[in-house]
Design a protein around this ligand. Structure first.
Ligand code: HEC
Length: 171
C-alpha cells in the first residue's frame, strides 16, 4: 500500500515537472547579424533614451511609465540611448502589428549605452525573451528587471499596447 502511494506520488511529481518545463518559453538564440537589421522609428526611439529615476514621465502612457520605473535604476543616469532593430523577415508584421510574426528571433531593443540587447523571438506566434551583450553572451537574469519573467509580464500584461509580444509601433 505504502509502495503504491510512493509510486503515485513519484508519477504525479514527474508529471508536474514535465508540465512546468513544457510551459517554459523556448530558448532564445543570439541573433548574430542583429547589427544589420532594420533600425525602425517608434515612440521610444523618437524620445531617444530611457531616463533615470528622477525623470517626470507622468504624461506618458502607463506602459512607458512602467518601463521607466522598471529600468531607470539598472544603471546610474538611467539606461540611456536606445534603438529598435527588426529582423528584415519580420519587418512587414512589425509595421502591420498583425500578430503574424515568423518563427525565429525577430526584434531587438538595443540599449546602446549599456551595450546590451533585449531580444524577442517567436515560435508559433508565442513570444519569448532574453538579454544578451552585444557580442552574444546571454545575461538573462533569474529574477529582477533583466529576467524573462519581467519582460513577459509587461509585454503580455499590457494587452492594449502589445501584440504577441510587440509593444512598439513603427512611426
Ligand atoms: C514595463 C514594461 C516593459 C518591460 C518590463 C520590458 N519591456 Fe520591452 N518594451 C516595452 C515598451 C513599451 C516597448 C516599446 C517602445 C517603443 O518602441 O516605443 C518595448 C520594446 C521592446 C522591444 C522592441 C520591439 C517591440 O516590442 O516593440 C524588444 C525587443 C523588447 N522590448 C524586449 C524586452 C525584453 C527582452 C525585456 C526583458 C528583459 C523587456 N522588453 C522588458 C516595455 C517593456
Amino acid at each position: 500500500m505504502e509502495r503504491k502511494l510512493k509510486r503515485t506520488l513519484l508519477l504525479v511529481s514527474s508529471l508536474l515537472c514535465w508540465a512546468a518545463t513544457g510551459a517554459q518559453a523556448a530558448e532564445v538564440k543570439f541573433p548574430a547579424d542583429w547589427a544589420k537589421w532594420t533600425s525602425v522609428s517608434t515612440p521610444l526611439t523618437q524620445i531617444g533614451a530611457l531616463p533615470d529615476c528622477k525623470a517626470d514621465v507622468k504624461s506618458l502612457p502607463p506602459i512607458y511609465q512602467k518601463t521607466v520605473e522598471t529600468y531607470c535604476g539598472v544603471r546610474a543616469g538611467g539606461p540611456g540611448k536606445v534603438a529598435v532593430l527588426v529582423n528584415p523577415a519580420a519587418l512587414k508584421s512589425f509595421a502591420a502589428r498583425d500578430g503574424k510574426m515568423p518563427d525565429g528571433v525577430n526584434m531587438v531593443l538595443h540599449l546602446k549605452d549599456m551595450k546590451v540587447l533585449f531580444v524577442t523571438a517567436h515560435e508559433g506566434s508565442v513570444p519569448s525573451y532574453a538579454v544578451f551583450t552585444e557580442d552574444g553572451k546571454n545575461v538573462t537574469a533569474r529574477s529582477g528587471p533583466l529576467s524573462a519573467q519581467t519582460c513577459a509580464s509587461c509585454h503580455t500584461g499590457f494587452q492594449a499596447y502589445c501584440k504577441i509580444g510587440q509593444c512598439g509601433t513603427r512611426k
